[in-house]
Design a binder for this molecule. Structure first.
Ligand code: AMP
Ligand code: ZN
Length: 143
């Protein structure tokens, strides 16, 4: 629990939210400023700012809850699909510093964009640069 965290306050029931699912380690509620009907946030009950700050059990609970809810949310609002994602860090647009996964229902012809639209201009990377990036990430992933 972090004293001045709005999402910790929701977990503690100190401020209201439209909770749609509550498990032992994760909770889901409707976004207060929805980008679409059914826009849902899934958060860990413990205060973790970034994805990598969560321990494995907490992360499993968050991702399991996303998995359990995505179809439920889509059917609940009769959506045709959904974008599911995290803004991880301020540079990525994270405004509330408590991990939250967004489920944003999507509808045919809603005028929105795919996740590809979130980053800036696409970089022009050579084959060598792509190889180097892959090898840097791979060596850290297998550390
Ligand atoms: P992000 O930019 O990924 O940090 O998104 C934060 C999200 O939290 C936004 O979509 C807000 O609309 C949503 N939000 C902020 N405060 C509340 C609240 N009290 N209850 C529900 N959703 C909230
Ligand atoms: Zn918090």
């Amino acid at each position: 629990m972090s004293e001045d965290c709005i999402f910790c306050s929701i977990v503690d029931g100190e401020i209201p939210a439209r909770v749609v699912h509550e498990g032992e380690e994760a909770i889901a509620f409707l976004d207060a400023n929805p980008l679409a009907p059914g826009h849902t946030l899934v958060i860990p009950k413990t205060h973790n700012e970034r994805l990598a700050d969560m321990d494995e059990d907490t992360a499993n609970a968050v991702f399991q809850t996303l998995y359990d809810l995505v179809d439920v949310v889509e059917r609940g609002v009769d959506a045709d699909g959904a974008n599911v994602g995290f803004n991880d860090g301020e540079a990525a647009g994270q405004e509330v510093p408590h991990v939250h996964g967004h489920i944003i229902p999507r509808f045919e012809g809603d005028g929105g964009y795919p996740l590809h639209a979130v980053a800036g201009e696409s970089p022009d990377l050579s084959e060598d640069e792509l190889d180097e990036i892959a090898s840097d990430i791979e060596s850290r992933a297998n550390d």
